[in-house]
Structure formats: structure tokens, C-alpha cells
Design a binder for this molecule. Structure first.
Ligand SMILES: [Zn+2]
Length: 133
């Protein structure tokens, strides 16, 4: 089952949740830290992970990633930069580095190899649910 990463727009905390594809279609993620529904899916492990299923692509069409060609690192990088500018906040050096690397045409796999802390950040998910349960 895929793990989705969310970032709360109210408190800025990150959380992860495991959904089946079917669940994700209907799910309304809630921040486990402050209860906010203003959860934005992070471009993180999921977006960077290889799609095992074409349904991921159709799912993307319905999300903020509409129109994004995930196979194109530069397009993804530009999207992420645009998103961060629209949010008007500093998403951190890690985010900037990912965007830079994407815009240089690096694949998500290359970026993860080069930035092991990304994998570390998202690692250790055992069985799903929010981390802080
Ligand atoms: Zn929150």
C-alpha cells in the first residue's frame, strides 16, 4: 500500500498516512497534530517513487498535480518551485535542493541516492497510520 505524505498548512507539521488507492480517492486527511483539514500532499516519497500502477497517474490528475508530467523531472521541479512560491513560504533547504536537482534533470531515484536523508525522513513506516498515533 502506498504511503502518502502530507504537510499541514495550518501548523506546518508533516504526517504520513497509508491508503489504498481506493481509500485515497475518498480520503480527507486530517492533521494529527492540530486537527486541520488543510492538508497538502507533499511531493515526497510517493511522487518520487516509481509508479507501480497506472492508477497513480489518474489519481494525480485529480490532485494539485494536475497536468504534471511526472516522468519529466524538470516539469516536476518547476511545479514544485511554483507551488512553493504560491505558498509564499520557505520550505527549507532540503526542498530547494530537490527542486534544483529536478530542474537539472535528475531523476527522483538519483535525487534519493544523492540525498539519503530524504529516505531516512520517510523511513521506518511500519504498518501505516499516522506516525504519532
Ligand atoms: Zn496541523
Amino acid at each position: 500500500m502506498p504511503v502518502y505524505e502530507f504537510r499541514c498548512l495550518d501548523c506546518g507539521r508533516r504526517s504520513r498516512k497509508t491508503y489504498t488507492f481506493r481509500e485515497y480517492d475518498e480520503a480527507t486527511p486530517v492533521c494529527p497534530h492540530c486537527g486541520s483539514h488543510e492538508m497538502r500532499r507533499r511531493i515526497g516519497r510517493v511522487a518520487l517513487a516509481k509508479s507501480e500502477d497506472s492508477r497513480v497517474d489518474s489519481m494525480m490528475d485529480e490532485s494539485a498535480l494536475a497536468g504534471l508530467d511526472e516522468e519529466d523531472p524538470r516539469a516536476l521541479g518547476q511545479f514544485m518551485r511554483k507551488m512553493s512560491q504560491e505558498m509564499g513560504e520557505d520550505l527549507g533547504e532540503e526542498f530547494d535542493e530537490v527542486v534544483d536537482r529536478l530542474e537539472k534533470g535528475q531523476t527522483p531515484e538519483q535525487i534519493e541516492d544523492a540525498m539519503p536523508e530524504l529516505a531516512e525522513d520517510a523511513g521506518g513506516v511500519g504498518g501505516g497510520g499516522f506516525d504519532d498515533f
